[in-house]
Design a protein. Structure first.
Length: 191
């Protein structure tokens, strides 16, 4: 999915406004969908919050029936308040939090582990009654090779790390367009 710099900025500002609205009455201006039709496409998206270079929340939707713009706003609020790994974000943290957005391609079936390109493909594992997802940037950020990436998705799904070695697990792959406030030079509603 080709997202322009302007559309990336619109989504980043919308995510920040959505989180800010949890604490301060903030208007989340709707974009001109005629001018930016990609923002009304139905696509999955994840919002990742970082604080002092540490993960502070990450929630999203693999697929969505909502417009991309609305999906990003909902994911931002959930990342701030509903990630079960963290306490809800506090208003005092707003200034420190950096936002990253991952817009997902539709998932596609993986036939063999050989198809996985580290840094390009995200993983969705749904097997043995367990489920886990890792975004494509995770192995790069954690300097993982393919074997470590496969072990990590098993752990994320609550399976033994070597499960991928004993059988071909049911996995789907996806790609993502990833962008952040830091990369775009956008924060606190400023462009």
């Amino acid at each position: 999915m080709e997202i322009s710099s302007t559309e990336k900025e619109i989504l980043l500002k919308a995510a920040r406004n959505a989180i800010t609205s949890l604490f301060i009455k903030t208007e989340i201006p709707k974009p001109d969908f005629k001018e930016h039709p990609i923002l009304q496409l139905k696509a999955g998206a994840f919002v990742t919050l970082m604080e002092y270079d540490e993960l502070r929340g990450c929630i999203g939707y693999i697929i969505s029936d909502d417009k991309l713009f609305d999906t990003v706003c909902k994911a931002a609020i959930s990342a701030a308040k509903r990630d079960p790994r963290f306490f809800p974000l506090q208003e005092t943290e707003l200034e420190q939090v950096e936002i990253e957005i991952s817009v997902l391609s539709p998932p596609f079936k993986m036939e063999s582990y050989g198809e996985i390109i580290v840094g390009t493909h995200g993983l969705i594992l749904e097997d043995l009654g367990k489920r886990g997802l890792l975004l494509p940037q995770v192995p790069i950020e954690h300097k993982m090779n393919k074997n470590e990436y496969l072990t990590a998705i098993c752990h994320k799904a609550g399976l033994p790390g070597n499960s991928w070695k004993t059988k071909q697990l049911n996995m789907k792959l996806f790609t993502a367009t990833v962008f952040s406030e830091k990369e775009m030079g956008v924060k606190n509603g400023n462009g």
